[in-house]
Design a protein around this ligand. Structure first.
Ligand code: SIN
Ligand code: CO
Length: 388
C-alpha cells in the first residue's frame, strides 16, 4: 500500500499525513469516509448475535433499575421486547469474528498494522441512547452504520479524571465540550486515546467502532518477565564477586543497584526473546476456544486443495510475521514458529489469507517446509477450509 495515496477513508489525507498529524494526537471527522455505506447487518441480526453464548454483549439503559444500568449478555429472546422506548444501547463486541462482511470492513484499515487492531464492536441505540461521557485508552474509528448519532468531544483524560460512582461503568463526572457533530451513515470520527467523548443516538442508530489495542506498560513488564523467566536457570542469580568491605552491614549500597541494573539489562535486552514474546502476546486470540483445528495429515490437506478446497484465515485467529537475522518468525494465535527465509512470500500470503488454493499455493505445496507449515496451521485452527 502506497503511504502517499490519498484515501477516501481519511477524507483525502494520505496514510503518511494521517499518521503524522492525527494518529494518537487529535480527532478527525471524515464525512462520507465510506460513501453510501450500508450496514451489512441490521438491528435484528445484531440482537440475534447478543443471544449467542460465545458472543460478548452488553445493554446500557440510562434510566433503568438504577441510573446507567448495565446488563451483560448472552440475552434471552424476550430481553429486547421489554426495553423502554428510548435511551438504551446494545453493544456487541468482535462482530468481525462472526460476520465476514463486517470483517471485510477492516480492509479499509490496512494502512495500520493489523496486529494493532482489536475488534469491530457494533452498537445499536434507541433514540437518546448513549453509554455516557467517557474516555477509552485506545484509538477508535467510529463509523456511522445506520441512522444518526450526535457526537460531542471534550477534554483529555487519564486515570485521575473524576468518575461517577458506578460499579461497572467508567462514566466521567465532568465533560468539557470542545466540538460537536452529527454523523450520518458513512461518516466517521477518529478519536485518539483518552479523549472524552459522548455519542447520543438521534434516531434508531448503529455505530461501528473499529478499536485498537496497545498493551499497557504494566502488561508488557509482567508478561514479558514471566515469559523470560521460563528460560532462566535457578543458578542465574544476583552475584557480587566484586564486593568490597562494608562500613555498615545494614546499608544497601548503590553498587548493589548497579549489579541489579546490569542483571536486568542483560536479560531485558535480548531482542529475539522480546520479539518472540511480543508476537505471541499480540496474536493471542480474543476467543481461544474458537481457534481449534481438525486432526489432519499432509496428504488430506493436499487432496483437499487438489479437489478445489480453499483455505482462509480463521476470523478468530490473529497472525503476524517478522524477521530475525536470515530467518523469519510467524506468529499465529499466540504461538511462534522460526522458519527459513525462503518462506517469506508464503508467510505474507498466510497472514493476509483471504483465499489460499491449489493454484496460488502450488510452489509452496511442492516444498516440504511450506507444506508442513500449512498443515500445522490448519491443525492449530489458525487456517481453515472456507466452507467448514
Ligand atoms: C457506542 O457505540 O455507543 C459507544 C462507542 C464508544 O463511545 O466507544
Ligand atoms: Co468510547
Amino acid at each position: 500500500m502506497n503511504p502517499d495515496t490519498p484515501l477516501q477513508l481519511l477524507g483525502g489525507l494520505t496514510a503518511r499525513e494521517f499518521l503524522r498529524d492525527y494518529w494518537q494526537k487529535k480527532p478527525l471527522l471524515v464525512r462520507q469516509a465510506i460513501p453510501d455505506f450500508e450496514s451489512p447487518i441490521d438491528a435484528d441480526e445484531l440482537a440475534g448475535l447478543a443471544l449467542e453464548e460465545e458472543v460478548e454483549s452488553r445493554l446500557i439503559i440510562e434510566h433503568g433499575e438504577r441510573p446507567w444500568e448495565l446488563r451483560r449478555g448472552p440475552f434471552a429472546e424476550d430481553a429486547f421486547s421489554q426495553l423502554p422506548e428510548r435511551d438504551w444501547t446494545l453493544l456487541v463486541q468482535a462482530v468481525d469474528q462472526f460476520v465476514p462482511e463486517v470483517a471485510e470492513l477492516l480492509e479499509h484499515f490496512r494502512f495500520l498494522p493489523s496486529w494493532r487492531i482489536d475488534d469491530v464492536m457494533i452498537s445499536f441505540a434507541a433514540p437518546g441512547g448513549s453509554v455516557g461521557p467517557h474516555f477509552d485508552n485506545y484509538d477508535v474509528f467510529l463509523l456511522q452504520g445506520h441512522g444518526k448519532r450526535n457526537w460531542k468531544i471534550g477534554q483529555m483524560c487519564d486515570s485521575t479524571s473524576p468518575l461517577l460512582e458506578h460499579a461497572d461503568l467508567r462514566i466521567l463526572a465532568g465533560f468539557e465540550e470542545t466540538a460537536e457533530w452529527t454523523l450520518e451513515p458513512g461518516d466517521m470520527l477518529y478519536l485518539p486515546p483518552r479523549l472524552a467523548h459522548c455519542g447520543v443516538a438521534v434516531d434508531d442508530c448503529m455505530t461501528y467502532s473499529v478499536g485498537f489495542r496497545a498493551p499497557s506498560a504494566a502488561e508488557v513488564l509482567t508478561h514479558f518477565t514471566d515469559f523470560l523467566a521460563q528460560f532462566l536457570p535457578d543458578e542465574d542469580r544476583y552475584t557480587d564477586a566484586d564486593a568490597q568491605p562494608v562500613a555498615d552491614p545494614h546499608q544497601i549500597q548503590h553498587d548493589a543497584l548497579d549489579r541489579l541494573k546490569s542483571l536486568l539489562a542483560e536479560h531485558m535486552s535480548d531482542e529475539r526473546l522480546l520479539l518472540t514474546w511480543f508476537g505471541q502476546f499480540m496474536t493471542e486470540p480474543r476467543y481461544p476456544e474458537l481457534v481449534v483445528g481438525p486432526e489432519l495429515e499432509e496428504e488430506d490437506l493436499l487432496d483437499g486443495l487438489q479437489q478445489g478446497a480453499i483455505l482462509i484465515r480463521n476470523p478468530s485467529a490473529r497472525m503476524a510475521w517478522s524477521e530475525v537475522d536470515d530467518d523469519l518468525l510467524l506468529f499465529a494465535s499466540g504461538q511462534s514458529r522460526l522458519l527459513p527465509g525462503k518462506l517469506r512470500e508464503l508467510l505474507k500470503m498466510i497472514c493476509a489469507a483471504d483465499a489460499l488454493h491449489a493454484d496460488n499455493l502450488a510452489p509452496w505445496l511442492a516444498d516440504e517446509d511450506g507444506r508442513g507449515l500449512l498443515c500445522q496451521l490448519v491443525k492449530q485452527g489458525s487456517l481453515g477450509f472456507a466452507d467448514e
